[in-house]
Design a protein around this ligand. Structure first.
Ligand code: T1G
Length: 707
């Protein structure tokens, strides 16, 4: 019998409490416990009302997501929630923290809801590729207008208690102990002779032109959630709520839920939910490592990256000292920061006073010695090894003992950068993604000499600034950019074989990529990628076709959006195909003797994906990434890989590694075999009919035994 659910009496009011750290997620044991308690209380005549509350930091934050992989054991959600709703005495939910998913749904099955003023309520199921499956799609529109219910479920964003009360979801918002307040609320109900108020018996609110409202939401969702199935399915369940009696509508919700729970989309998103939490665990790095304090940060370089990184820290209320070589460069950097904040204010995502207080946390200076007080200094100067070494030499002489020295390099060898200091153990890579104040990914690059407390501190800092910190070991391009290299190589080579930039990018975007790779190069600057590759030495000598298109664009000064043309033309903010560039690449392909095969969209897609996955396998076997799922987190949170496909390694597992392997062997026969050598790990897993997930689990098991 699970003791995570208990009940006690306060005079004639029963308090049922759930206590399952860390977030009171409902699993089978909790459902059994709730069923036991509510069944028993039902038969006790001295119970005049029931309060349902939780211990710990939050009310129920949803169903236990892990359970979906194994099937929901009995009793099911509907059975337990119906038991609560059918209680012969009033049931009051006492909500604090973040009630999410089944947490919100169980509250809807209660007859009344009292919430702490800081509480929030949400139905984020779409972020897991499912819909509210415990009655939420049928009960919520009976408490709040169906349009507001649709918005709540489509956005997945938690709603503050006050707003929930305004809409009709919450009966009372309180301060102090919420369970005490709920008991008092129940006592007032009894005094007023009020009994149960079953949500399912209420009418659905505001159904005027509901079909049109939901049709508009569907059209919107098709645009904003490209390639996803669950949004339309959610609207189907809401349509049923508007048109059918409760129990009929519930059947629609149950059928849709059952279908989505098995979908690849949901498996992919559930995979990412846990993968984004697993990234914090580094084998051999104990949780008890003493972290270094990080209460102040120094940033070297007020350019695009330095400015964005500064914003990421002050957004988390960590003061920043921002330096640059000249006042002009500093002023330009600060102006850009203010412009970015003004855009956020105009969009309503922050208030003007918040903007001012954040900017106040930035101390701009051209005096490098001002960095001597910082707990963490991050260098964000131009991507040049000599310049970075020079900067680290100065930091070694300036920064206080014990300060962490971070470099924002995106490709360079951090071990080499660290050699110029007398404290290589304090050096670590902190690779942010542009715009650094927006992009959630932070590649934390552990160099050979990086100390464990520096690594552990960096992982914590990532969480404090609301980034997903993924640990990588040193190699060219770490995880993300290293895998991007063969991916981009294939995309560019297709241009020499007769495809157009539009062919390549539209194929990748149809697959779900946020943006085609060539449009990304135009956004980031075609010259940046070319110069980085040039720094690699004689790659072009070995293969004159290697990234030839971007070399040609750079030679002509066509660097992308910033120069009005690149792979495309950019006029008045619009991107258009450039026939001159298309012809330039095809003629060059013919000149270099590249067969004008005009690859099909399927081949373009498979070449880019197989190249990406194959390099991912190499990264795993070399130990540059700890887990395959870490690579998935890097690509979905930093490179626009579709979340509903789970990331490149998860995707490969869904396709089957044997199929990926066979396709690579086919490309080895039909294309430049130098580039199509299967990674030994991929070959092994393909030949043993295994998967990256299985390989990861086996590695974790071996580590667990060894530790
Ligand atoms: N199921 C299983 N484990 C969960 C969990 C859940 N719902 N929520 C959190 N955890 C684990 C998490 O993996 C981590 O474990 C630890 O708890 C702390 O989480 C029927 C079908 C609540 C805002 O989508 O958004 O209800 O890594 O690190 O930053 O319709 O957790 O320590 O081992 O994230 O303070 C809907 C998911 C489910 C909410 C707290 N609910 N959770 O954030 O802690 S579907 C959700 C969160 C559903 C019904 C449907 C966040 C949080 P570990 P954490 P946090």
């Amino acid at each position: 019998m699970s003791d995570a659910v208990s009940s006690s009496m306060i005079d004639d009011i029963a308090v049922v409490k759930v206590d399952q750290p860390p977030v009171n997620a409902i699993d089978q044991a909790i459902r059994k416990g709730l069923s036991r308690e509510f069944s028993q209380l039902r038969s006790r005549s001295n119970v005049k009302a029931i309060v349902l509350g939780c211990a710990g930091k939050t009310f129920i934050a949803g169903a236990d997501i892990k359970e979906f992989d194994f099937g929901i054991g009995a009793p099911g959600y509907h059975e337990v929630f119906r038991l609560i709703e059918d209680s012969p005495v009033p049931v009051v939910a006492a909500i604090h923290g973040t009630a999410l998913g089944a947490g919100t749904e169980i509250a809807l099955a209660c007859h009344y809801r009292v919430a702490d003023e800081g509480a929030r309520l949400g139905l984020p199921e779409l972020s897991l590729g499912i819909i509210p499956g415990a009655g939420g799609t049928q009960r919520m529109p009976r408490l709040i207008p169906i349009e507001a219910a649709a918005d709540m479920m489509l956005s997945g964003k938690p709603m503050p208690a006050e707003r929930a009360k305004e809409l009709g979801m919450i009966d009372s918002v309180v301060t102090g102990d919420v369970i005490d307040a709920a008991v008092l609320f129940a006592r007032q109900l009894l005094a007023q002779g009020k009994g149960p108020r079953r949500t399912r018996e209420l009418a659905v609110r505001s159904t005027e032109n509901v079909a049109q409202v939901l049709a508009e939401k569907r059209a919107q969702a098709v645009k904003t959630m490209r390639g996803r199935t669950s949004p339309a399915k959610l609207l189907e369940a809401l349509q049923a709520a508007a048109e059918k009696p409760f129990d009929e509508g519930l059947k629609v919700e149950m059928a849709v839920s059952a279908e989505l729970e098995k979908s690849i989309e949901s498996r992919a998103l559930r995979h990412l939910f846990f993968a984004e939490r697993e990234v914090r665990r580094i084998p051999g790095l104990s949780d008890n490592v003493q972290r270094r304090p990080v209460e102040s940060v120094g940033i070297v370089g007020a350019g695009t990256m330095g400015g964005g990184i500064s914003m990421a820290f002050v957004n988390a209320e960590i003061p920043v000292t921002l330096t640059d070589v000249s006042q002009a460069a500093l002023d330009a950097g600060l102006a850009k920061i203010r412009k970015n904040y003004e855009r956020s204010v105009s969009r309503g995502s922050i208030k003007a006073d918040q903007m001012e207080s954040r900017i106040k946390l930035i101390t701009p200076t051209v005096d490098f010695s001002a960095l001597s007080k910082a707990d963490l200094v991050i260098e964000a100067v131009f991507e040049n090894l000599d310049l970075k070494k020079e900067t680290f030499l100065r930091l070694d002489q300036t920064a206080k003992q014990g300060a962490i020295l971070g470099t924002n390099t995106s490709t360079l060898n951090i071990d080499e950068i660290a050699t110029v200091t007398k404290r290589p153990q304090d050096v670590i890579g902190l690779h942010f993604f542009s715009p650094a104040n927006v992009m959630p990914l932070l590649e934390i690059v552990q160099a050979k000499r990086t100390a464990n407390d520096v690594l552990a501190t960096a992982i914590d800092v990532a969480r404090r600034i609301r980034k997903v910190g993924v640990v990588a070991r040193v190699c060219y391009g770490f995880i993300g950019n290293r895998m991007m290299d063969p991916y981009g190589r294939e995309a560019e080579h297709c241009l020499l074989e007769g495809a157009s930039p539009e062919d390549v990018d539209s194929t990748l975007e149809r697959f779900g990529m946020a943006m085609g790779i060539l449009a990304v190069y135009d956004l980031a600057g075609v010259d940046i990628g070319h110069l980085t590759r040039l720094a690699l030495g004689d790659v072009f000598k070995k293969d004159p076709t290697f990234y030839r298109p971007s070399a040609m664009l750079t030679e002509r000064g066509w660097h992308g959006q910033k120069s009005g043309r690149g792979y495309y033309r950019y006029e008045n903010g619009k991107r258009t195909v450039d026939p001159e560039v298309v012809k330039l690449f095809h003629d060059e392909g013919k000149r270099l003797g590249v067969p004008q095969r005009k690859p099909s969209t399927d081949e373009i897609l498979q070449r880019c994906l197989c190249a990406l996955i194959n390099e991912g396998a190499r990264i795993l076997e070399e130990g540059v990434a700890v887990r395959a799922s870490d690579i998935d987190v890097v690509y979905t949170s930093g490179y626009g890989f579709p979340r509903f496909r789970g990331g490149p390694m998860f995707y490969a597992d869904t396709v089957g590694l044997k199929n990926i392997y066979d396709r690579i062997l086919e490309f080895q026969r039909t294309l430049d075999s130098r580039y199509w050598q299967p990674a030994p790990l991929l070959e092994k897993l393909a030949k043993t009919n295994s998967s990256f997930k299985q390989w990861q689990a086996e590695k974790a098991a071996v580590r667990a035994v060894a530790s």
